[in-house]
Design a protein around this ligand. Structure first.
Ligand code: PMP
Length: 404
């Protein structure tokens, strides 16, 4: 860490008192206080527009390029391969729509995995209306997408495959190196949504031939409202946002300098702390999984038993709704999720769980716990104090749960 952030507190910044427990890091993360300190001067004395030709502009350009280099280093990329956006949704739009529009002379077919974030499915629907053909690849029961299933769907018209590095819902990690290897040299580009895996798993563009990689700042404890798209070397895209031509003309709009500085600081911290954090989070996750499955009858783990994100525990409980569980836990001061926060207000069951072969009632009975930088053993203690009793009480009230 540099001088400015060296002495900054690592105090838990989640506003939780006493027994309250936040285990929904997949939907939002607090900004690391060290990142806030790194950003602060860029709101005031180090403000500036990188497009300006005077000294303030020159300083802003230097900070922008330093930020770009920091984000590039985090994923083993070159600085000129990074384009800043407003977040992961925009990066996904630029990746798929930008690639499809620029490369349509080569073909009009895209392949998207069934377990992607809703943004990619909706972009797929938009592209279909524009005359592209979109095929979905189903996962196995654990949410894994095999390279063979992708290969079986490739035709002469296929230009791009999109598979996330890991699922933001069930935490299953995809075999991205094997998928990238299978596509390498075929002329089919690989887009990877890296949001759920960011800071959890190494994603090295020097080692894995991914064409386009979506990143988000908040997912590594950087400020919200900033994302990036990695665009490998000669991969060509058409712009989706028109304007003043910033970011190589691919993403117009004055760059968000404080956030870019923050994302680079967050990336540096994430890279430094990843090995220790991975071990610590895996231990918390495994303890929760073990204790839930041992203590609560008719409980099941969703997603892959071993190929899963270190911070993700995703369960289903027979005979009860995840939403009732979530609300009872909320009353007890434990804050978790039923799945993707982005679509949590719809009554539809998760498309990811349905794709893994779960029945609607099983998908509705699911609950997602995601640990993060400020999670502690005492959080697991508190969940285990409360959850078994809540499940038992809801089952007594449930006409769907008949066992005694
Ligand atoms: N991709 C994945 C895997 C996500 O989990 C999310 C939501 N955090 C997004 C994309 C979209 O991110 P945002 O809403 O920040 O644009």
């Amino acid at each position: 860490m540099d001088e400015a952030t060296a002495g900054v507190s690592r105090r838990v910044p989640v506003e939780a008192t006493g027994d309250e427990v936040y285990l929904d890091y997949q939907s939002a993360k607090p900004v690391d206080p060290r990142v806030v300190v790194a950003m602060l001067p860029y709101f005031t004395e180090r403000f500036g527009n990188p497009a300006a030709l005077h000294t303030v502009g020159d300083r802003a350009t230097a900070a922008l390029e330093e930020g770009r280099a920091g984000v590039a280093a985090f994923i083993g990329a070159q600085p000129e391969e990074i384009v800043f956006t407003s977040g992961a949704t925009e990066s996904n739009n630029l990746a798929l729509i930008g690639y499809a529009n620029r490369n349509k002379q080569a073909g009009n077919h895209l392949i998207i995995s069934e377990v992607e974030h809703i943004s990619l499915h909706n972009i797929g629907k938009y592209l279909e209306k524009q005359g592209f053909r979109v095929t979905k690849v189903p996962p196995d029961q654990f949410g894994r997408i095999s390279p063979q299933k992708i290969r079986a769907r490739i035709t002469d018209d296929t230009i791009l495959v999109s598979v996330g590095w890991a699922s933001n819902e069930i935490g299953t990690i995809q075999p991205i190196p094997a998928i990238a290897e299978m596509l390498h040299g075929t002329g089919v580009a690989l887009h990877v949504d890296g949001v759920a895996a960011e800071g959890m798993l190494p994603m090295d563009m020097a080692a894995v031939p991914v064409s386009l990689l979506t990143l988000s700042s908040n997912d590594i404890y950087g400020p919200p409202g900033l994302g990036a798209l990695y665009i490998r070397g000669r991969t060509r895209l058409a712009a989706v946002t028109m304007g003043g031509g910033q970011e190589r003309g691919l993403r117009s709009g004055t760059e968000n300098l404080p956030a870019i500085v923050g994302m680079a600081a967050a990336a540096r911290i994430a890279a430094e702390e990843m090995p220790g954090e991975t071990a610590r989070l895996t231990a918390l996750r495994d303890r929760l999984i073990r204790e839930v499955l041992e203590t609560i009858p008719d409980s099941h783990l969703n997603g892959h038993p071993t190929e899963r994100l270190p911070n993700n525990a995703h369960f289903r409980f027979d005979g009860i709704e995840g939403e009732s569980l979530l609300l009872s836990l909320k009353d007890a001061g434990i804050w978790v999720s039923t799945g993707s926060a982005c679509s949590s207000k719809t009554l539809e069951p998760s498309h990811t769980l349905i794709s893994c072969g779960l029945l609607h009632e099983e998908a509705h009975g699911s609950l997602e716990f995601t640990f993060g930088r400020y999670s502690r053993e005492s959080d697991v203690d508190r969940v285990m104090e409360v959850l078994p009793g809540i499940v038992a009480r809801l089952r007594r009230l449930s006409p769907l749960y008949r066992k005694v």
